[in-house]
Design a protein around this ligand. Structure first.
Ligand code: 4AD
Ligand code: MG
Length: 477
């Protein structure tokens, strides 16, 4: 018999049809009610059994976590809380789950405990909701770009160039690290390595995406990126996914318009398509907020926050204006910031970004025109020769969610920048070629996918929005 999905049956009004479902037991109450979940929806389906019709040894094996196949009749539910239920005719135990050992009991577990059981945590309501929303957000992202004339480009994971110039890369090598071949100067001889050169995992697909934008016009990448930065925060992963659109002939204003339109579209998509999961996470969010001290509490629910971002223009502010605001802010004057802002040129920390968004403007903010020397080499230099056409989108509770820029399209300016930063021009010969042959202004940005999922689900730690987080000292699973 065809297997039905629980989501399909819960919506069905075809009563008295014979159905078969397969899933995992969430609870089994009073030897009578099995709550079964198959992942197709947040909701369980109630399966009602008449225990006299079943063998006692079989009933004992219906434990939380066990996999069952259930055949029965779909009927209108007598109880409250659900529209339909299944009157069970036959139960097959597909896989037992020892109740004394199974870690995911039907009670509240701490997120820390669940992180240690990341292979099983997706069997909880919270994680299944988060991961379904993660999946829907991915779909919405592809849909947005496809509807707007972008091509999806697969940029390499293994690379010889450090796009962000931060030197935070994981090496890729097949050399025996205990016995590396040496050059005459005593350095590691990478010509003997697998690729014949020094290679790493990519921190960004941008540089390669730029070359594709200069032919296909509008492109985007959506892939894993890797950063060996030793930041143990609730917003940093060593392996994360990034979405990077790149558009020929776009300037910084068009880049900001794109970022804003794009983010609003994908958030609208989940509000329309992920109602059950979002309702659940909204309740969870409100519960979590209640346990916080009053001043730290959000004045909006999760759903209100999502709607707020969709309904409001992102406030566009130059770095210079932001520095003035921060310098004169209460936490700066009272030395409440960990990093006090004294002068123009200071790099902004997440405490400053969050102050601007949460306290000052009270809406998403796009900061632009940053000092050249705190940003990457490829950003377009402004007339003032001090600032570059960079933009960061800052979100409440998250801080930076997008980083992007208009790119330096002038070969001589770019070359000088590369020289000043001591980057080996030879490594970037192909990148420089795009400035030699039909160069044109262009712009793009990177959206940190996990930070977006954090915002969309209200989860406060980035480790809880990716199936298997990689962070310093942690690569289990
Ligand atoms: O600001 P970033 O470093 O920008 C770039 O990599 C550019 N090449 C993007 C481009 O213009 N095509 O990173 C972009 C975004 C950040 O705004 C943040 O959301 C996310 O990526 N991000 C991280 N997310 C999780 N863990 C980390 N360690 C992250 N580092 C950056
Ligand atoms: Mg950035």
């Amino acid at each position: 018999m065809k297997r039905h999905s629980i989501s399909e049956l819960l919506e069905s009004e075809k009563y008295l049809q014979e159905v078969t479902i397969k899933g995992w037991v969430r609870t089994f109450r009073s030897n009578r009610f099995i709550a079964l979940n198959d992942g197709s929806t947040m909701k369980n389906i109630q399966c009602v059994i008449n225990f006299e019709n079943f063998d006692e040894t079989l009933l004992k094996r219906i434990t939380t976590g066990a996999a069952l196949s259930i055949a029965g009749t779909l009927v209108e539910s007598q109880g409250k809380g659900q529209k339909v239920e299944i009157q069970v005719k036959n139960i097959e135990i597909l896989g037992d789950s020892n109740p004394d050992e199974y870690p995911i009991q039907p009670k509240k577990h701490s997120l820390e405990f669940l992180r240690e059981n990341a292979h099983l945590r997706v069997r909880t309501n919270t994680f299944s909701a988060v991961m379904r929303i993660r999946s829907s957000l991915s779909f919405a992202i592809h849909q947005y770009f496809m509807q707007n004339g972008f091509y999806y480009v697969h940029t390499p994971i293994i690379t010889g160039s450090d796009a962000e110039g931060a030197g935070e890369m994981f090496k890729v090598t097949t050399l025996d690290i205990n016995n590396t071949p040496k050059t005459e100067e005593g350095k590691i001889d990478y010509s003997k390595d697998f690729f014949g050169k020094e290679t790493s995992l990519t921190v960004s697909g941008q540089l390669e995406a730029e070359t594709y934008a200069m032919a296909l016009g509008k492109v985007y990448t959506f892939g894993p990126t890797f950063r060996a930065e030793n930041s143990n925060t609730s917003r940093h992963l060593s392996e994360f996914w990034m979405i990077e659109p790149e558009v020929a002939f776009n300037d910084l204003d068009a880049n900001m318009d794109l970022a804003e339109d794009f983010i609003k579209y994908i958030l609208k998509y989940i509000l329309t398509n992920c109602d059950d999961d979002l309702q659940f996470l909204n309740q969870r969010f409100l519960q979590e907020e209640k346990s916080k001290p009053a001043i730290q509490r959000s004045d909006m629910s999760l759903l209100e926050k999502l709607q707020f971002v969709i309904d409001n223009n992102f406030k566009r502010v130059t770095y210079t204006e932001a520095i003035d605001i921060l310098r004169n802010s209460k936490p700066n004057k009272k030395k409440k910031f960990q990093y006090i802002i004294n002068e123009w040129g200071a790099d902004l920390q997440s405490e400053h970004e969050r102050y601007l968004v949460e306290k000052h403007f009270k809406c998403p903010v796009i900061l632009f025109d940053y000092p050249a020397n705190i940003k990457a080499f490829y950003m377009r230099l402004n007339e003032d020769e001090k600032t570059v056409r960079a933009m960061d989108v800052l979100f409440p509770g998250i801080g930076e969610i997008v980083g992007g820029s208009q790119r330096e399209e002038r070969l001589n300016v770019l070359k000088e920048k590369i020289k000043a930063l001591n980057i080996d021009e030879k490594e970037l010969w192909w990148y420089l070629d795009t400035r030699k042959y039909g160069s044109a202004i262009h712009a793009g940005f990177g959206l940190g996918f996990e930070r977006l999922v954090q915002f969309a689900t209200g989860m406060s730690n980035i480790r809880d929005v990716i199936p298997y987080p990689r962070t310093p000292q942690n690569a289990e699973f």
